[in-house]
Ligand binder design. Structure first.
Ligand SMILES: *[C@@H]1O[C@H](CO)[C@@H](O)[C@H](O)[C@H]1NC(C)=O
Ligand SMILES: *[C@@H]1O[C@H](CO)[C@@H](O)[C@H](O)[C@H]1NC(C)=O
Length: 170
């Protein structure tokens, strides 16, 4: 009995269609990156290996290393339905409606800023020129990464230090 020659062909076509569809629908940013103009709604997160940077439904913005919280805004219970927005002015802001719950206070001229959850566990805001303007300072393990933590939980990243904060992309 001759098998239908069309079955594998159809399967291949379906696979190509799926691949094409996923290409077309793939967001401009990877899952570890939030570009200016993009936001994380309640329960949404960035992920990188064992690290999770999540805008929790309780309004706390938390960085987890596996199940251990290593950094947080401490804004839990302040509101519900909070949204984290990476703004085009470089400011990273948690909003509840129009109310500001928390901000990185890094607003400046309009540009293509982006927030990156790095492989070294640091969460960094970069400007259009890929200079770090803010970081959680939670990096581990990589001697190429140097940040200067402040008492306010952020880390300075200016001058020569910026290049060391930057993740070494291929
Ligand atoms: C941002 O500025 C506000 C107002 O000065 C301040 O209350 C808040 O602590 C600052 N945010 C951070 C993350 O330092
Ligand atoms: C954190 O503190 C440092 C040193 O006082 C300051 O330069 C920096 O602007 C602060 N960061 C934020 C986000 O308030």
């Amino acid at each position: 009995m001759a098998s239908s020659p069309s079955s594998p062909t159809i399967l291949l076509l379906l696979l190509s269609a799926t691949a094409l569809f996923s290409l077309l629908t793939t967001p401009a940013s990877a899952a570890n990156r939030l570009n200016a103009g993009q936001s994380l709604g309640p329960g949404q997160s960035l992920a990188q290996g064992p690290y999770l940077f999540i805008m929790q439904p309780d309004c706390n913005l938390v960085l987890y290393d596996n199940i251990r919280a290593v950094w947080a805004t401490g804004t839990n219970g302040r509101a519900f339905g909070c949204v984290l927005k990476m703004q085009t002015d470089g400011n990273l802001v948690i909003y509840s409606g129009s109310r500001v719950i928390w901000a990185s206070n890094t607003s400046r001229q309009i540009g293509n800023y982006y927030l990156l959850l790095q492989r070294d566990r640091n969460v960094v805001i970069y400007d259009s020129a890929n200079n770090a303007i803010w970081a959680t300072g939670t990096n581990v393990g990589n001697t190429a990464v140097v940040v200067i933590p402040h008492s306010n939980g952020t880390a300075a990243a200016s001058g020569a230090a910026q290049n060391k904060v930057k993740e070494l992309h291929p």
